[in-house]
Ligand binder design. Sequence first.
Ligand code: HEC
Ligand code: HEC
Ligand code: HEC
Ligand code: HEC
Length: 227
Amino acid sequence: MKRILALVATGLLVILLASTTVLAVAGAIANTKHNLATSGPNADAKSTDEDEICVFCHTPHNARVAVPLWNRDASPATYTTYTSSTIDGTRDTITGSSPNISVLCLSCHDGAISLGAVVNNYPDATDPTITGSHTTAGKLSSGRALLGIDLTNDHPIAITYNTTPGDLVAPDANGLVASTCQLFKTGGTGEWKVECASCHSVHNNTYAPFLRASNAGSALCLKCHIK
Ligand code: HEC
Ligand code: HEC
Ligand code: HEC
Ligand code: HEC
C-alpha cells in the first residue's frame, strides 16, 4: 500500500512539475512580442542588432525615470484621452513626459518615437536598429498595436478609481482589485488610478494580449465594473 501511495505521489509530482514548466514557458517574455531583441519571435517589429531583452525598457543604472528603472526616451507626444458625460473619475492631462506609468507603454505604442529610442545601450554607442513590416524609421506605423496619440477611442487611463458611485469593485490596501488588476499612484503618491498596466501584464502573455487575466465572458472587465 505504501509503495502504491509513493508511486501515486511521484506521479502527481511529475504532473505538477510538467505543468509548472509549461506555465513558466508560456509566461516568459522571451517568447512574446515584447522581446524586441534579435531573439524575439515578432518579425513585424524588432531589432536587427540588439540581443538584450530588457534594455528596450529598463536599465540597471542612470534610468531616466526612477521607477521602474526606465530606459526609454520621453515621447514628444501630447495625448488626448477618453472623455464622456458619465465619467466619475478625475483625468490627468498626459504628455510623453508625464509621471503616469501609462506613458511608458505609449512611448512605443503611440508611433511618435522609435522603438529603439533608449537612454543607455551599454556597451554600444548607438540605439538598437529596428525593422519590420509594422515599422517605419523604427517607429510603430501600422497594425492593431499602434494606438497613436488620440486615445479618445481607448478605455480611460490616467483616471482616478472613484468607487463612491458604487459601480466599481473596491481595491485592497495595495491597490489590487479582485486580486487581479493593479491600480497605480502617480509618482507613488495620491489617489489610485487606472493605467495600461492595470489590465495588462507587460512581461507575460499567458492571457493574450498581455492581459492580467482571461477576458473570456468579459471576466477581466467584471473584475472592476459592477455590471
Ligand atoms: C516592453 C517593455 C518592457 C520590457 C522589455 C521589460 N519590462 Fe519590466 N517593466 C515594464 C513596465 C512598463 C513595468 C511597470 C509596469 C508593471 O509593473 O506592470 C515593468 C516593471 C518591471 C519590474 C517591477 C515590477 C514587477 O513586475 O516585478 C521588474 C522587476 C521588471 N520590470 C523586470 C524586467 C526584466 C528583468 C526584463 C527583461 C527580462 C524586463 N522587465 C523587460 C516594461 C518592460
Ligand atoms: C519597447 C517598446 C514597447 C513598450 C515600452 C511596450 N510595448 Fe507593447 N508592444 C510592442 C511591440 C513592438 C508590439 C508588437 C507590435 C506589432 O507587431 O505590430 C507590442 C504589442 C503589444 C500588445 C499586443 C500583443 C499581441 O499579441 O498582439 C499589447 C497588448 C501590448 N503591446 C501592451 C503593452 C502595454 C500595456 C505596455 C506598457 C505596460 C507596453 N505594451 C509597452 C512594444 C512595446
Ligand atoms: C481597462 C482595461 C484595459 C486598459 C486600461 C488598457 N487595455 Fe489594452 N487591451 C485590453 C483588452 C481586454 C484587450 C484585448 C481586447 C482587444 O483586443 O480589443 C486589449 C488589447 C490591447 C492591444 C492589442 C491591440 C488591440 O486593439 O487588440 C494593445 C496594443 C493594447 N491593448 C495596449 C494598451 C495600452 C498601451 C494601454 C494604455 C494606453 C492599454 N492597452 C490600456 C484592456 C485594457
Ligand atoms: C482596472 C479596473 C477596470 C477594468 C479591468 C476595466 N475597467 Fe472600464 N473603467 C474603469 C474605470 C475606473 C473607469 C472610469 C469610470 C468613471 O470614472 O466613471 C472605466 C470606464 C469605462 C467605460 C466608460 C464609462 C463612461 O462613463 O463613459 C467603459 C465603457 C468601460 N470602462 C468598459 C470596460 C470594459 C469593456 C472593460 C473590459 C474590456 C473594462 N472597462 C475594464 C476601470 C476598469
